[in-house]
Design a protein around this ligand. Structure first.
Ligand SMILES: N[C@@H](CCC(=O)N[C@@H](CS)C(=O)NCC(=O)O)C(=O)O
Length: 211
């Protein structure tokens, strides 16, 4: 059994999707980041960067892990799911997972900060990060041309990117401008495990669907 520390945000949802898709049993430990619970000493002992998601694996000597990319890789290896053992596909998945961790997450996070939460305060930053987000959507759209998933089979790469695309409204992005992303986004949004993960921990946020 493992403990899953999370909150209904893009990074938390990556791991929630994996756990629901894999059917991995877990104890849910909500960390309300709106109430600064991520700074509690008990949580910092598990996640020293004071961010969700984090896990503690009691099947593995109470191993604590933070950083969503590391957690996805750990769980994929532990469960033997959603990460191909074929070496080419393995590295292709790693490549797109790292693209999410190094590009999509940090850039979209800045778009949320400047464009969604603090609109009008820093026009240059809004313009810069919104333009970079559109460029990233373009890269993803090209990647998904003629492909069902980011890397051949449904994988942790899809699970890492999808929750960030779910905030397309905050990013002022119309998914109709990116038809391959739209198709992929809707297909994942219709998966029962993704819909369940969206509600973890319990929340009333509507799951965004493009018009
Ligand atoms: N690189 C980290 C980023 C995690 C992250 O930014 N988590 C946010 C929620 S999506 C958080 O916990 N923020 C609380 C804070 O910054 O104090 C990961 O991928 O796990």
């Amino acid at each position: 059994m493992l403990d899953f520390y999370t909150w209904p945000t893009p990074n938390g949802r990556k791991v929630a999707i994996f756990l629901e898709e894999a059917g991995t049993p877990y104890n849910l430990k909500p960390v309300n980041i709106g109430k600064d619970e991520q700074f509690a000493p008990d949580f910092l002992a598990i996640s020293p960067n004071n961010k969700i998601p984090a896990i503690v694996d009691h099947d593995n000597g109470d191993l604590p892990l933070f950083e969503s990319g590391a957690i996805l890789l750990y769980l994929a290896e532990k469960e033997g799911k959603f990460l191909s053992t074929d070496r080419k596909k393995y590295w292709r998945t790693m490549e797109w997972l790292m693209w999410q961790m190094g590009g999509v997450g940090p850039v979209f996070g800045q778009v949320h900060h400047f464009v969604h939460y603090n609109h009008g305060k820093a026009p240059y930053a809004e313009e810069r990060f919104a333009a970079e987000a559109r460029r990233i959507y373009g890269v993803l759209d090209k990647r998904l041309e003629g492909r069902e998933y980011v890397v051949d089979d449904y994988s942790i790469a899809d699970m890492a990117v999808w929750p960030w695309a779910a905030r397309h409204n905050w990013q002022q992005v119309n998914l109709n401008d990116f038809p391959n992303v739209r198709r992929w986004y809707v297909a994942l949004a219709n998966r029962p495990a993704v819909q369940k993960a969206w509600r973890i921990p319990e929340n009333t946020q509507p799951l965004p669907m493009p018009e």
